[in-house]
Design a protein around this ligand. Structure first.
Ligand SMILES: [Zn+2]
Length: 214
């Protein structure tokens, strides 16, 4: 079994310049340390840079996170991108690929996703607008939300924000539960309502216990 360490021993925030976004990422990293462990791995570098229209991004090779210096939800976005890193590098033994897409231990979480009202709503909208004249960007974004790796990152961020005592993460989660996206005027959310997320919370607990992360 691999050595387990605190996330802050693997996730390294590069810049030391003072900024709201940087402070939010640092505070969120302290919150992760209080919640769980991860396997010792080569570091994942977090940089304060971003593309227009993107709050954050995770790239797998080499693993790094870019956080937009003016992100609207910096703490939550940071945790979401860390979720991608865990999926890519820490939750399974293979270094490449995504645990959420290949690891049988995700079976219960996937079942909970498919049973949730949130994912049913996203799938309904995808099917409804699959053949209609919607711009490529709108459809692509909506479809990306039900990819397993994206559902996992959203799940991890909500699991952290629900468990933590970090007030900023809780506030940012609460801003993302009401609908923030729309396709052809129909609203949809990025995150689950609290009671729609309960089974998923338990399934993540079980996965992390199985990995000895909790
Ligand atoms: Zn993502």
């Amino acid at each position: 079994m691999s050595t387990l360490v605190y996330p802050s021993q693997v996730i390294v925030i590069a810049s030391h310049a003072r900024a709201e976004v940087l402070d939010a990422a640092k505070a969120a990293l302290i919150s992760l340390d209080r919640l769980h462990l991860i396997p010792a791995r080569p570091p994942c570098l977090v940089r304060m840079r971003g593309r227009r229209g993107e709050e954050g991004r995770y790239d797998s090779n080499p693993p790094h996170v870019d956080l937009h210096p003016k992100a609207d939800h910096p703490g939550f976005t940071f945790v979401h991108e860390v979720g991608h890193f865990l999926d890519n590098r820490c939750l399974h033994v293979i270094y490449k690929g995504w645990a959420s897409e290949i690891d049988p231990d995700f079976e219960t979480i996937i079942k909970c996703w498919l049973n949730s009202r949130h994912v049913k709503r996203l799938t309904h909208l995808q099917n409804k607008y699959r053949l209609r004249a919607i711009t490529g960007y709108e459809r692509k974004y909506l479809e990306s939300l039900t990819m397993r790796r994206e559902l996992w990152a959203c799940t991890y961020a909500q699991w952290v924000a629900t468990k933590t005592d970090n007030p900023q993460l809780k506030t940012e989660l609460n801003r993302l539960i009401p609908p923030t996206g729309h396709i052809a005027g129909e609203p949809y959310s990025i995150q689950w309502e609290e009671n729609d997320f309960k089974d998923i919370m338990c399934a993540v607990d079980d996965l992390f216990k199985k990995r000895n992360w909790l």
